[in-house]
Design a protein around this ligand. Structure first.
Ligand code: LLP
Length: 463
């Protein structure tokens, strides 16, 4: 690691420009427990440790950038969801947030089920030994081949997302001599309070079958008629990174309304209801996520109340948290490469990764917390923008953050809460290699997804 001092330049410790950020924290070395994995602390030398391993050792052994995942924290959060919902409900971890074989094994051991949404996720789940009947298969355009594979493997449920898919799944199931358990994904017409790109239950978007205009009721009619399908319930997912429970309340009200209509029309009480995922996590200390037991209590009460009102038996509830389990358990460890103070603006801190390992800032204006982790510092705070090494000015990892003004090339910094939708959305832009995922636990580190190599890149390039 190079440790040369950066050139002397203007500091902005007392002149901060307008922007969407709060005042500098009182202590830049403090690690706010809300945004860091549970086992994170600083050792007596001021170096951040996680799972009993310090980040200097992690950088030395695994290189940077790297996603560092706290296995004990992951298991604890998974277990907290499982326990909160109890034996009368199911928790399906949403694999899209981050999936690897180690993660599948941890989920299996902790008693969770798994939501997959592509052949690739299905293959990962099956290859790591997740029992097929604990897998739910999602997606708005599953291929016939994927449907075939899922049914053949014996997945516990397929969530139907369109009229075409109702017929396709029934057809494939019949051709395999099976009756597939299915749910129908309903678009309930809720505007979730989140970024437009991750809201999924308002009417003008691609997911699900709208309640509006009787389309969902018609989908149920068709599904009930097909021999290849066993309709077990309805599904609703309203979006992601949501804190306000009112959207779930409206969704549950409308889904239960349809359950009642189905009972009245067909004399059938569907036994299951899935309320999707979407619960928010703390990316900064301003965010206040709810605990799994509060969420479980709120959702169970809403569904029970709605069903009592409609004189229905309360169906078995399931949920699909992704981000809320894996998001807070990991951080991205970067080495600082260059530092450019721009007078009167802010200081640009370039790290050895960027939008290829975290696209969320560029895509959703996501906010993150960042800290100097290879040492502590008493220097005054400077307003920094953490940027990557890609050929784009939009290559921003943390838009506005305070870092110590003596930050220097070779320092290690960590961007927190990058467990969800960072490695899983990583790209090879500029042929930058995707970082490894390193799991730490009880003083040991273990690579669970290895770093990509140039050989990996060239292997695909067969022209
Ligand atoms: N269930 C379904 C049907 C979903 O589509 C999703 C997420 C989940 C569950 C899990 O949601 P979670 O609990 O993780 O919020 N790339 C975006 C998030 C996209 C979410 C897609 N679906 C981001 O980085 O914020």
């Amino acid at each position: 690691m190079s440790r040369s001092a950066h050139p002397a330049g203007p500091r902005h410790a007392d002149v901060f420009p307008e922007g969407h950020y709060s005042a500098p924290p009182a202590d830049l070395n403090a690690l706010h427990p809300k945004v860091w994995a549970h086992t994170v602390t600083r050792n007596t030398d001021g170096v951040l440790t996680v799972g009993g391993v310090d980040v200097a050792a992690l950088a030395e052994e695994h290189g940077t950038p790297a996603y560092i995942l706290d296995e004990a924290d992951f298991r604890e959060r998974a277990r907290a969801w499982r326990t909160a919902f109890g034996a009368d409900a199911d928790v399906f971890y949403a694999g899209k947030a981050f999936l690897s074989r180690a993660v599948v094994r941890w989920l299996h051991e902790e008693g969770l089920n798994l939501d997959v949404c592509s052949g690739g996720e299905l293959a990962t789940a099956l290859s790591a030994g997740m029992p097929a009947d604990r897998i739910a298969f999602h997606g708005n355009n599953k291929s016939v081949e994927e449907i075939h594979r899922a049914i053949d493997a014996g997945v516990g449920r397929i969530v139907l997302d369109s009229f075409q898919e109702i017929v396709r799944v029934a057809h494939v199931a019949q051709s395999l001599g099976k009756r597939q358990r299915v749910q129908i994904r309903i678009t309930v017409g809720v505007e979730a309070h989140t970024h437009e790109f991750i809201a999924t239950a308002h009417e003008d978007q691609k997911f699900g079958i709208p309640l509006a205009g009787g389309q969902a009721a018609e989908a149920v009619r068709r599904a009930l008629q097909l021999d290849g399908l066993e309709l077990i319930g309805l599904h609703s997912h309203i979006g992601s990174q949501i804190f306000d429970m009112s959207g779930f309340e409206v969704a549950a009200h409308r889904v239960v309304g349809l359950l009642k209509d189905i009972r009245d029309e067909h004399g059938v009480e569907l036994p299951e209801i899935d309320l999707g995922g979407g619960l928010g996590i703390a990316y900064t200390s301003d965010d206040d996520p709810r605990e799994p037991h509060e969420i479980a209590k709120a959702l169970t009460e809403i569904v029970t109340r709605e069903c009592e009102g409609a004189r229905l038996r309360t169906p078995r509830i399931s949920v699909e948290p992704g981000r809320a389990i894996v998001g807070p358990t990991a951080f991205t460890l970067y080495e600082v490469g260059t530092i450019k103070p721009l007078d009167g603006l802010r200081t640009y801190v370039s790290v050895d990764g960027g939008m290829s390992d975290n696209i969320r800032t560029a895509l959703y204006d996501a906010e993150y917390s960042v800290a100097l982790v290879s040492r502590t510092s008493d220097a005054a705070p400077m307003l920094a923008r953490v940027v990557g090494k890609h050929c784009e000015s939009g290559d921003i990892v943390v838009k506005d953050a305070f870092l110590p003004s003596d930050l220097a090339p070779g320092d290690l910094i960590a961007v927190t809460a990058t467990g969800a939708y960072c490695r899983s959305m990583a790209s090879n832009y500029n042929h930058v290699l995707r970082p490894p995922v390193v799991a730490v636990r009880e003083g040991e580190s273990r690579v669970i997804v290895r770093r990509e190599t140039e050989e990996d890149l060239l292997r695909l390039d067969v022209g």
